[in-house]
Ligand binder design. Structure first.
Ligand SMILES: *Cc1c(COP(=O)(O)O)cnc(C)c1O
Ligand SMILES: [Zn+2]
Length: 369
């Protein structure tokens, strides 16, 4: 199958190969390949338990099964229903304990198929862990860049998978800069969950699964965390696909969630801006969504607006309360992960939400931090 990178700024189209994550003009890449309509009646009863049951809409040749040596059985997470019209998607039950497995599996499968031997990624923790795990499975040596302040459990997990950990003193942006520099100097594959459009091909399966689990319908609202927006953009991609395939009569709304201490996209949304100005991270307990300068900020704003959606900001106190409330339901999630549920609780307090179906993700496991 021929897979192309398409520059979202200048439209230049190039065959996907092992290096290059950004167009010469500075634009970000989208992906183009012969995608087929998913037959959900079939996937709902598929014996394939991983997200590769959606192979018709993934950038791989089904006959070649390139994911076989890479997949860890990610996908197919439970959709819990604690109360009427409220659904919690338990993505913390993934092989590396966060939703990042969806994207990392697709990205590292392609990396292996392209013959990549060594890769670099930067992360606030969970994306790096997922890349390290799928890299280990694929036989790809991984360099993971993370801030020195990252929760120790995440760093331990990255090292356990055999990746070389590069700890950087400084902000999340300093970490990304160091990784990109290292990638360029050595001509390595940049396994970035932010820049590589392949990652979103994986995260979109989150929405495919919800559609199946709600008996081939969508909720009214998707609450989603927004740091770099890999789940927001993946879900939006899935929604546009489902819409174009005739599965949806109306678009569900995306309610994106940021932490008060670092909310550049929410600020831009409220101001009616088309792009996102970087902010200073003034501190938040939600380390996984504390992205002061999101590279795909413009795309995230566009996606949320296209669904007639909205932004929520939550305080650390709200996050801790939400985390405790989830734990008392038997759901032990990481601090960052509780931000989405905190936004849901905020919304419910404010709105007459009768009859609105909402899906809230549980993105990462509590043992991570
Ligand atoms: C990565 C992550 C997020 C935020 O995802 P983005 O792609 O940065 O928007 C939220 N929660 C958890 C647990 C994560 O690992
Ligand atoms: Zn370009």
């Amino acid at each position: 199958m021929e897979v192309f990178l398409v520059c979202q700024s200048c439209g230049a189209k190039s065959l996907l190969k092992d290096v290059g994550y950004r167009c010469g003009c500075g634009g970000l890449y989208g992906l183009s390949y012969p995608k087929k309509r998913v037959d959900f009646a079939k996937t709902a009863v598929s014996v394939e338990r991983s997200l590769y049951k959606y192979i018709d809409a993934l950038p791989f040749d089904a006959e070649l099964t390139p994911w076989k040596g890479v997949s860890l059985g990610e996908g197919g997470t439970p959709l819990l229903q604690p109360e009427e019209d409220v659904f919690l998607k338990a993505d913390y039950l993934m092989p590396t304990l966060s939703f990042k497995d969806r994207g990392a599996s697709v990205l590292m499968t392609m990396a292996k198929a392209l013959g990549v031997k060594e890769a670099v990624a930067d992360s606030s923790g969970n994306a790096g862990t997922a890349v390290a795990a799928y890299g280990a499975r694929a036989g790809i040596l991984c360099h993971i860049f993370a801030a020195a302040s990252t929760s120790p459990k995440k760093l331990e997990q990255i090292k356990a998978h055999g990746a070389t950990l590069h700890l950087i003193e400084g902000t999340r942006e300093d970490v990304a800069r160091a990784a990109i520099e290292y990638t360029g100097e050595r001509g390595l594959f940049y396994a970035s969950h932010v820049f590589q459009p392949l990652f979103y091909e994986g995260t979109k399966t989150y929405a495919y699964e919800v559609f199946e689990q709600l008996s081939f319908s969508m909720p009214d609202i998707f609450f989603l965390p927004a740091g770099n927006g890999t789940l927001v953009l993946g879900v939006y991609l899935a929604l546009t696909e489902l819409f174009s395939w005739g599965y949806l009569e109306k678009m569900p709304q995306i309610f994106a969630v940021q932490a008060e201490g670092c909310a550049p996209i929410a600020v831009a949304f409220a101001a009616g801006e088309a792009g996102v100005n970087p902010v200073e991270n003034t501190g938040t307990a939600a380390e996984g969504i504390a992205i002061a300068a999101p590279a795909r900020g413009t795309d995230i704003l566009r996606a949320v607006r296209a669904t007639n959606g909205s932004f929520f900001t939550v305080s650390d106190a709200e996050i801790y309360d939400a985390r405790a409330a989830l734990a008392r339901m038997g759901l032990y999630v990481e601090t960052t992960s509780a931000a989405s549920y905190a936004a849901y609780l905020q919304w419910r307090k404010r709105e007459q939400a009768v009859g609105m179906r909402v899906v809230v993700p549980l993105c990462g496991a509590g043992l991570k931090g």
